[in-house]
Write a protein that binds this ligand. Sequence first.
Ligand code: SF4
Length: 416
Amino acid sequence: MSLNNTPRSSRLHIGIFGRRNSGKSTLINAITNREVAIVSDIAGTTADPVYKSMEISGIGACVLIDTAGFDDEGSLGNLRVEKTRRACEACDIAIIVFTNQDDFETEKEWFDIFKRKKTPVLAILNKSDMLDEKEIATSVKRIKSEFNLTPIATSAKEKLGIKAVITALLRLVPDDFGDRTILGDLVKENDVVLLVMPQDIQAPKGRLILPQVQTLRELLDRKTLPFSCTGDKIDEALNALSSPPALIITDSQIYRKVFDKKPPESKLTSFSTLFAAYKGDLDYYIKGAYAIDCLNETSRVLISEACAHVPLKEDIGREKLPRMLRAKVGQSLSVDVRCGTDFPDDLTSYDLIIQCGACMFNRKYVLSRIEEAKNQNVPMTNYGVAIAKLSGMEIASDALANANDNDLECNKEGDK
Ligand code: SF4
C-alpha cells in the first residue's frame, strides 16, 4: 500500500523516547530525511506526542511518534510525561535515545515498561559526534551491560549512523505485522457478500463510517462481489440475488433482525465483530460478553469509544448500549463512557469494559488495553459481541469450547 491509501491505524507505529534535549526530534528528521519535527536547543520543545505518518524507504508506511522528554518536570511536565506514557501503548517498536549521561535510571523505568508490553526496543546513543572513541565505547558497554541492548551510535544532527538505525528498525518489525486482514478466511474470490449498512445518524451525510469503508475496500481487493443495502431493504436485496450470499456483514445494531432473515446457507457476522478480531482479541471479547449475565443493579460498566465526537442522538455507546444493558440488568446499573485515548489506569471498580470496534486505533494500542483489563481481572468485550449477546444470539469461539466452566460463571462473592 502507498502512503496515500494506508490509514494511520494500519501503519507500523515507531515511538521515539528519551530525555529532554537528547535529540529525538532531530533523529526523526534524520530518519525521514525531512524537516517533520520542530527542533530546538531549548529542552522541552516537544509538548504533546506528535504523530507523523511517513513512508520510510525500506520500512514502508509508518507513523513516527515524537514524544516529550520522559524526564520532564513540574505539573505541566508531569502531564506531558503522562501523555508520553499513553503514546507508548501504541508503539510496535520503541526507540530509546541515550546520551552520555551519568545515570540511566529514567531509561531503565521506561525500558521496563516496554519489556512488560513486549515491545521491541532499539537503543540509540545519540550526539556521538560530541564524544571521542573511548567515551563512545564506554557508553556502549554500559548500555549493553545494563539493558542487554547493543546501541547504535548516531549523530542525528550530522546524520551519522542513520542507515544503521533504519536497518535495525527493519529487523525489529514484528513478524506478523501487516499479515492480519479484516476478513481472514471468511471469504474467497468471487464470493457474493451482502453488506447491511443502516444510514443512521452516526453515518455523516454523504459518507460511510470507517469500519464499513475499510471492509468494503478489502472485499474489493480480494476480488469478492460485494453489494450493499440498508437495514430496511434486506428482503429486496436477498430476492435480487440468484443464490444466497456466501457472507452477510451487518451493522451490529440490527444483528437480530438480519439473523432472522438470513438464508441458512449464508454466514453472518457484523462489522464490529470483524474489528474485534482485527484490532483486538475476539476470544477474550467473547468470554467477556458472558460477564453480562453476571451484572446486577450495583455493577459498573465502562464503555470505551475511540471516536471523540460530540454526543449524537441515539448514539450507540452513550444511549443504545446503556439502554440495552439496563433493560436486562436494572435501571440503576452504572455506566461510564470514556472517549478517545481517555482510558482509566485503574479498572478494578468496573465489572465489565465494552470497547468500540476501535477502527481509529492501531492493533497494538487495543491489545495494550486488553492486557491491562486482563492484568486487573476485568472482563472486556466489544460493541458487536455485547450487542449479539444482549440480543440473545448464540456466540461461540474456540476459547469458549476450551474454557473451564468456572471461567464463565459469575463470581458471586466478588460480584463479578
Ligand atoms: S473508532 Fe469506534 S466508534 Fe469510531 S467509527 Fe471506529 S469503531 Fe466506530
